[in-house]
Design a protein around this ligand. Structure first.
Ligand code: ATP
Ligand SMILES: O=c1ccn([C@@H]2O[C@H](COP(=O)(O)O)[C@@H](O)[C@H]2O)c(=O)[nH]1
Length: 243
C-alpha cells in the first residue's frame, strides 16, 4: 500500500547495484553505511508500492577476470565471484530486514541451508506479495557478469525496467572517470551503445535487453534521492532503449 503521495511509473523493477560501490571509501569489502543508505532508498520504493528485484555485483570482493590475471583458473575465479555476490546479498538482506523490509535471497547456485535456490515462479510470487527479492550468484555460469544476470532476471520475472545503480551519473561517450571531456547521454539506443562499445554495461547484457526490448536506466547511486526520483518519473541518468 503506498505510504505517500508519490506514484511510480513502474510496477516492478530490477535494480542492479554495483558491488564496487558497496565498498564506499574502503578498498575491499562492504561499508555498512552504504548498505544502510541503499536499504533506506529501496524501502522508499517499497513504500510507494514498487516491487523490487535486486542483483548485486561482486566487484568489492572478487572478480574472475582479475583472479585469473593473478594466476587462478578462470572458472574457479568466476565461481568465487559468484559466491561473492551471495555474500553481498546476505549483507543486503540483513540491512533491509533491519529496516523492516521483508527480503528473500535466491541463488542461481544451490546452497541449501544458506539461501533458496532460484525458481522463477516462486520469485514472481514473492515479488507480487511485496517482498524484495535478491537474485544472487549471477547467472550461475562462468564467463558472465552480474550486468547480464540483472538483465536476464529482469526479463525473466517481467520487470518494467532494469535500473543500473553505479558510481557515475549515466552513460557517456567515453569513460567519465578517465576522460574529463566525456559527454553524457540523456538517452541512447541499444544499437548505439553496442556500436560504440560503451563499457558502462557489458555488451552481452546490452544484446539481451535489446533482443527483449527491456529499457535500462543508468544512474548515480551516490546521489541521495536519485533512485526514488527516477522511479517516479524524474530525469535521472541515462535511458537506454530502442530509441
Ligand atoms: N561510456 C561510459 N559511460 C559511463 N561509465 C563508463 C563508460 N565506460 C566505462 N565506464 C565505467 O563503468 C563503471 C560502471 O561500472 P560499475 O563498476 O558500476 O559496474 P560493474 O563493473 O558492472 O559493477 P561491479 O562493481 O558490481 O562489478 C563506471 O564507474 C565508469 O567508470
Ligand atoms: O553470471 C555470472 C555473474 C558473475 N560472475 C563472476 O562474478 C564476478 C562478480 O560479478 P561482477 O558483475 O563483476 O560484479 C564476475 O566478475 C565473474 O567473475 C560469473 O562468473 N557469472
Amino acid at each position: 500500500m503506498p505510504v505517500n503521495d508519490k506514484s511510480s511509473q513502474y510496477k516492478r523493477i530490477l535494480l542492479k547495484l554495483s558491488g564496487e560501490a558497496l565498498m564506499g571509501e574502503q578498498n575491499f569489502g562492504i561499508d555498512p553505511a552504504v548498505l544502510n543508505r541503499m536499504a533506506l532508498e529501496i524501502g522508499q520504493l517499497v513504500g510507494i508500492g514498487v516491487q523490487v528485484g535486486l542483483v548485486i555485483g561482486g566487484g568489492n570482493l572478487f572478480r574472475g577476470a582479475a583472479l585469473s590475471q593473478a594466476g587462478l583458473d578462470r572458472v574457479t575465479g568466476d565461481h568465487m565471484g559468484m559466491l561473492a555476490t551471495v555474500m553481498n546479498g546476505l549483507a543486503m538482506r540483513d540491512a533491509l530486514e533491519r529496516a523492516n523490509i521483508r527480503t528473500r535471497v535466491m541463488s542461481a547456485i544451490p546452497m541449501s541451508g544458506v539461501v533458496e535456490h532460484y525458481d522463477r515462479r516462486t520469485a514472481i510470487r514473492y515479488l507480487t506479495s511485496g517482498d524484495v527479492v535478491i537474485f544472487s550468484a549471477g547467472t550461475g555460469n562462468p564467463f558472465f557478469t552480474t550486468d547480464s544476470a540483472a538483465c536476464l532476471r529482469g526479463i525473466e520475472v517481467d520487470c518494467d525496467v532494469v535500473i543500473k545503480a553505479t558510481k557515475v551519473d549515466g552513460v557517456y561517450d567515453k569513460d567519465p572517470v578517465k576522460y574529463a571531456d566525456a559527454v553524457k547521454y540523456d538517452q541512447l539506443s541499444y544499437d548505439s551503445a553496442l556500436e560504440q562499445k560503451l563499457e558502462v554495461m557489458d555488451l552481452t547484457a546490452i544484446c539481451l535487453v535489446r533482443d527483449h526490448d527491456m529499457p535500462v536506466r543508468v544512474f548515480d547511486m551516490n546521489k541521495p534521492g536519485a533512485l526514488l526520483n527516477l522511479v517516479v518519473g524524474g530525469d535521472e541518468g541515462t535511458l537506454i532503449d530502442r530509441g
